[in-house]
Structure formats: C-alpha cells, structure tokens
Design a binder for this molecule. Structure first.
Ligand code: FEO
Length: 172
C-alpha cells in the first residue's frame, strides 16, 4: 500500500510526464511549421515516450492500491527562437524531470517503500539516457551554428529515430 504522501507525489509525476508529452508535442508543431520533418518526427517520438512514462506511473499507482488523481496540464510555450533553443529547453526540462525522479527515490527510501524504489530505478536509468541523447543533438546544433547544409543532415538523422512504443505512428 502506498502512503498518501507517496500516492500524491506519484500522481504529481503522472502530471509532469503528461506535461512533458504536451511540451514535446508543442515543439513538434514548431518544427513542423518550419518544414523540418526529421526534427518533427523526433519530437513526436519523444512526446509518445512521455505518454508511456505517464502510463507507467498511472498503472503503478493502481497496482499498489492507490488512487489516480488527474490534474490540469499546464499549457506549454508555443514558440522558440531556434532549433538550438528548443533542444536547450529540452535538456533543461529533462534535467528538471531527473531531479523530480531523484526526489521520488529519496521519498521512497525515507519511507522504506522498497517496491516504489525498485519501480523508480527504471526511470533513473531512463533519465541518464534521455539527457545524453538530447545533449548529443544540442551539441551538434551548437557546432553548426545554423549552417543550412548541416541542418539538413541533422534533420535526416533525426528522421531515422525509432520508438520502442508500439502506440507511436511514424510521421509522414
Ligand atoms: Fe519522462 Fe523525458 O522524462
């Protein structure tokens, strides 16, 4: 059984993951407007992944006999200054999510809630991968400094991203 404090914190994380999905969908729309199809595809995949994260938390709350409490999802920004600014914002957002996950682990350890702690370990590993993959794209964008030939190459590279999520549809 989850403590009410942990139940609340896990519900907050469902909201944070849904916000992440919403944020990345807004970024996909931004890239789509600029006809950057690979960037759009990558961001759509990222958004789909966040939905699967939200559903993992949602299902875990249920499995532990907790109550799912859905809250308002904040509206994300609609525009950014450049593709580099977008990826900078993604990195900062993922760093924030990492600190949220770490906070949940701290809470689980303090409560000696071993089941939640084990559940969270997948997310601890996932955050390392997420930050690394986002940072890799960001560093390439910074190196290019907006060079159009380089942008075309990165766009093609990002178009090749696959998702482990069977719910994800390829972007045309
Ligand atoms: Fe669900 Fe990108 O953290």
């Amino acid at each position: 059984m989850l403590s009410s404090r942990m139940e609340q914190a896990l519900n907050d994380q469902v909201n944070a993951e849904l916000y992440s999905a919403y944020l990345y969908l807004a970024m996909a729309a931004y890239f789509s407007e600029q006809n950057l199809e690979g960037f759009t595809h990558w961001m759509n995949m990222q958004s789909q992944e966040e939905l699967t994260h939200a559903m993992k938390f949602y299902a875990f709350i249920n499995e532990r006999g907790g109550r799912n409490t859905l809250k308002t999802i904040e509206a994300p920004p609609a525009t950014w200054d450049s593709p580099t600014a977008v990826f900078q914002a993604v990195l900062e957002h993922e760093q924030k999510v990492t600190s949220l996950i770490n906070g949940l682990v701290d809470m689980a350890l303090a409560e000696k809630d071993h089941a939640t702690n084990i559940f969270l370990q997948w997310f601890v590993t996932e955050q390392v991968e997420e930050e690394a993959s986002v940072n890799a794209v960001l560093q390439k964008l910074k190196l290019l400094g907006g060079d159009s030939g380089g942008m075309f190459m990165i766009d093609r590279e990002l178009a090749a991203r696959n998702s482990a999520c069977p719910c994800a549809q390829p972007t045309p």
